[in-house]
Design a protein around this ligand. Structure first.
Ligand code: CA
Ligand code: CA
Length: 294
């Protein structure tokens, strides 16, 4: 099995990036990733405000997938996530929604072992590994790895984890997949602007769907989640809802009004993150309504 090393990474998603690696449809491969600080913070003495970071959220890749073309959908199934031995959480005045209340700049390094994040002597959090950044080259322009969008990117969606399938739009030949920004734990919203930031290795499998989607979709055992990112929660919710309604009209052969009713009757609106340049929500469609969206 191929292992793609973290030294090949991108700072922004763009069709101009030259492929670093190549795989075939159906191939299983391992991707090493740095944490969102590029591994620059390894001790509590290193403060986020004093470290000169050239980039944030380096994403390993791009990975060119043979025989995948614009208009296809790339399906990436996450088979395993192995995390490094410690995670980082920084804080500084101004960081996140409560940044005005932060008076002290500090860095915490947490040991991550035995299935736990050792937050302190008495608080041990269960490890819930997830991939914060995963995407393809966007249709236009370049998008910094710190931002989400219709190409994926910094979606910070905790369901992007082992056992899930991530469907990504393909806008350019080969798709140009890249990923990084693993978290050992993160709640919905990513409320202070950071998860337990960590590097690691992700084992995944790539397949192709001969159909297009307007924005990323995550499939779990129970549901399909349309992942929508926009400037405000309202805009993100509306864009995701419209995509869900169109999916119902097309796949269930029902009218707009019935699709809109179904949306209200069965779908959940959930928040992935509120701290990135665009915010991200999920429209959750239970599989009892649509067992297969493709
Ligand atoms: Ca992130
Ligand atoms: Ca992160």
């Amino acid at each position: 099995m191929k292992t793609f090393q973290k030294q090949q990474f991108i700072k922004s998603f763009s069709s101009k990036n030259k492929p670093a690696y190549t795989i075939n449809i159906g191939e299983t491969f391992i991707v090493e990733t740095m944490d969102c600080y590029g591994g620059a913070i390894t001790s509590p003495n290193q403060l986020r405000t004093e470290i000169n970071l050239d980039y944030i959220n380096p994403a390993t890749g791009p990975i060119y997938i043979n025989d995948i073309h614009p208009g296809d959908t790339l399906c990436v199934e996450i088979l395993d996530i192995q995390l490094d031995e410690f995670g980082v959480m920084v804080l500084y005045p101004g960081m996140g929604p409560l940044g005005h209340l932060v008076q002290q700049t500090d860095t915490r390094i947490f040991q991550v072992s035995d299935g736990k994040v050792k937050f302190n002597d008495s608080i041990h959090l269960p490890i819930k590994p997830m991939v914060g950044v995963i995407g393809t080259a966007p249709l236009n322009a370049e998008v910094l790895c710190e931002s989400p969008g219709d190409h994926g990117g910094n979606m910070d969606t905790k369901h992007i984890t082992v056992g899930s399938k991530i469907y990504l739009p393909v806008f350019h030949e080969g798709g140009l997949l890249a990923l990084g920004d693993l978290h050992a734990a993160m709640g919905d919203g990513e409320l202070n602007g950071s998860g337990v930031e960590i590097g690691g290795k992700v084992t995944m499998n790539a397949s192709k769907i001969n159909d297009s989607i307007p924005m990323p979709i995550v499939e779990t055992a129970e549901s399909y989640m349309i992942i929508s990112s926009e400037s405000t929660l309202e805009q993100a919710a509306n864009k995701g809802m419209e995509a869900a309604v169109h999916l119902f009209e097309k796949k269930l052969s029902i009218t707009f009004n019935d699709a809109y009713r179904l949306l209200s009757a069965v779908c959940d609106l959930q928040i992935s993150q509120i701290v990135n340049p665009l915010v991200t929500v999920r429209i959750v469609i239970p599989k009892e309504i649509i067992s297969n969206i493709f």
